[in-house]
Design a protein around this ligand. Structure first.
Ligand code: FE
Length: 132
């Protein structure tokens, strides 16, 4: 794993809001149905809120009913890192930004075609840019 945008936690604390820092750097989870993007149906690209790397395209977004923005694939597999997460007595796969290592959410295998995957993301980890 070679992160090309590495910062100290002190730097992240200065750059991010406390809420962003909690999710992105301390692997927190925003409450369901509270984030700014779970209902967003606009066309555009979702970038990492910490480093700006483009992560997800609106073309892969779907309504999962979970209250978190959900995608069936990243823009390309090299934009994300997958890491086994055994916290809270669950076996889950954590999803991190491949550029800065920030926590984005988790990926599950109950998503729609064509991948069958569901990237369950925190809105606060993303920065949406509307576009064609
Ligand atoms: Fe990032």
């Amino acid at each position: 794993m070679s992160l090309t945008e590495q910062r100290s936690e002190g730097e992240w604390k200065r750059i991010l809001t406390p809420q962003q820092y909690h999710v992105l750097r301390e692997k927190g989870t925003e409450p369901a149905f509270t984030g700014k993007y779970y209902l967003n149906k606009k066309k555009g690209v979702y970038r990492c809120a910490a480093c700006g790397q483009e992560l997800f395209d609106s073309n892969t977004k779907f309504d999962s009913g979970t209250g978190w923005p959900s995608f069936w694939a990243p823009i390309s597999e090299d934009r994300v890192l997958r890491k086994v997460d055994n916290s809270y007595s669950m076996q889950r796969i954590e999803v991190l930004c491949s550029k800065c290592g920030s926590h984005l959410g988790h990926v599950f295998d109950d998503g729609p075609a064509p991948t069958g995957e569901r990237f369950c993301m925190n809105s606060i980890s993303l920065d949406f840019k509307e576009g064609p």
